[in-house]
Ligand binder design. Structure first.
Ligand code: NAD
Length: 468
């Protein structure tokens, strides 16, 4: 059993990669440390009139770029160590995918199931108030986003609270992952899962990587298992199945299920919504223990729930050839070593789940620009394409059908632009990490991803100088 806490796990990965960089130990220590840690307690009135004290954190890991950026997690397991680890991961993640933010993370120690919607709203607004009071939120300071246990609804409450307290022209940019009507960007909800899919697709298209695990290239026909059918897990599974991969196993809080013929994801989601469980879904077998889906024979395992799931205790039982880390920190250092020894390809969290922060960056840009993507160009592009198609019709005998005209003369709207920016980022970043891996003759994408992040952040610190 691994005795390292989550932040230590992150730092073990950092130290392993730091050896391959040129920075002195002072710069490395500065990159590694969490710059500011804010711990707060505040009272909340329950619906029955009782007062309860709630505990929360906001950690800003690195100010080499501002604002800092990172999600807010609601879970009874939240603590300072976890929030520090997740904040550090955010800095490395932003570095890897070239998003110009420092890393941060927030957490509130509550189990959302135990609170009504109005209680959650009071908790969120009070937590936001505490962040405002201490200068831990603002479009140019620190910009939260959703994470485990939070979503667009909470981000909307955060914006509304911020707006009530601040006269700020750029207020909308104080938080991302908002509902569209409140300045959110199309494509943010599914961004992390969509990025996970793009990342897996890139790995599956890499001949060298597929050869190393004895698989053919391409996503189509590959079998996969998901842990956690929340925002990230569901969307990753959706795009995987749409690309022709087969979902053969799912692990959720209530247990694990299996169907070697593949499950219909949408029907499974409907079933869970209706019955409150995945157990008993048509055609599936229930496995003995909650995590047993981990140990199924499959090509790809996607842990998309929580940290420290694939550990020294269970990694030797995992048969998947590719581990696609959709969650933050799902693999401990000893779990990683065991799976690498077996020859698995591990696509690391710092890269694979960065789609959320990439699209959050697009949302933040939209908010400070005060204009929707595509608003200025969509119609202009469409009419230009139509003119070109008209010329082609005139100089040839070819007449385009209405359907052809519609698809060929389509001007990019907000979703198209966001999706293409996300796809480009995930493809380019995979190639960059693979290049670093080859340059240092490593067999490990995680270390390569950390090297890439340390190089980018370290260079910034060198250029900034150290004050005073
Ligand atoms: P979520 O709350 O939407 O979903 C989490 C899912 O995991 C839920 O369905 C829950 O029932 C399930 N789950 C919890 N404990 C489990 C267990 N022990 N076994 C099996 N299933 C379990 O959360 P999310 O936003 O999808 O986040 C999931 C992971 O992805 C977290 O590690 C988070 O930090 C990471 N992440 C999220 C985002 C984002 O944009 N939401 C971005 C980057 C990383």
């Amino acid at each position: 059993m691994s005795t390292y806490k989550f932040y230590e796990q992150v730092n073990l990965n950092f130290d392993k990669a730091a050896q391959y960089t040129r920075f002195d130990k002072g710069i490395l220590a500065q990159i590694k440390m969490c710059n500011t840690v804010y711990h707060v307690t505040f009272p909340v009135r329950r619906d029955n009139g009782d007062i309860e004290v709630v505990e929360g954190w906001r950690v800003e890991h690195s100010h080499h770029k501002t604002p800092t950026k990172g999600g807010i997690r609601y879970s009874h397991k939240v603590d300072e160590d976890e929030t520090m680890a997740l904040a550090a991961l955010m800095s490395y993640k932003c570095g890897i995918v070239d998003v110009p933010f420092g890393g941060a993370k927030g957490g509130v120690k509550i189990s959302t199931r135990d609170y009504s919607e109005s209680e959650l709203e009071r908790i969120t607004r009070r937590y936001t108030y505490e962040l405002i009071k201490k200068g831990f939120i603002g479009p140019g300071i620190d910009v939260p986003a959703p994470d485990y246990g939070t979503g667009a609804r909470e981000m909307g409450w955060i914006l509304d609270t911020y707006r009530q307290m601040k006269d700020d022209l750029n207020a909308e940019a104080c938080v991302t992952g908002k509902p569209i009507q409140q300045g959110g960007v199309r494509g943010r909800t599914e961004a992390t899962g969509r990025g996970v899919y793009f990342g897996i697709r890139e790995a599956c298209n890499n001949k060298e990587d597929m050869k190393s695990v004895g698989l053919d290239t391409g996503v189509e026909g590959k079998t996969f298992v998901v842990q956690g059918l929340g925002n990230v897990g569901y969307h990753a599974a959706k795009y995987m199945t749409e690309a022709g991969a087969k979902l053969v196993g799912v692990a959720e809080i209530e247990g694990s299920i299996y169907d070697e013929n593949g499950m219909d994801l949408e029907k499974l989601m409907e079933y869970r919504k209706d019955k409150g469980t995945i157990i008993g879904f048509d055609g599936t077998k229930e496995l003995d223990n909650r995590d047993d889906a981990f140990y199924l024979e499959c090509d790809i395992l996607i842990p998309a729930a929580l940290e420290s799931q694939l550990t020294g205790d269970n990694a030797d039982k995992i048969k998947a050839k590719i581990i696609a880390e959709a969650a933050n920190g799902p693999t401990t250092a000893d779990g990683h070593d065991i799976m690498k020894k077996r020859g698995a390809l591990i696509i690391p969290d710092t890269y694979l789940n960065a789609g959320g922060v990439v699209v959050s960056y697009f949302e933040w840009l939209k908010n400070i620009q005060h204009v929707r993507y595509g608003r200025m160009s969509k119609r202009f592009d469409e009419s230009s394409y139509k003119k070109i198609l008209g010329v082609i019709e005139n100089i040839s005998d070819r007449k385009f059908t209405e359907a052809e005209l519609e698809s060929l003369a389509h001007g990019a709207d907000e979703y198209d632009l966001v999706d293409s920016g996300l796809e480009e980022t995930m493809i380019t970043s995979y190639q960059q990490i693979a290049e670093v891996r080859n340059e240092h003759k490593l067999d490990d994408l995680r270390t390569a991803a950390y090297i890439s992040a340390i190089n980018k952040i370290g260079t910034m610190y060198e250029q900034m100088g150290i004050f005073p």
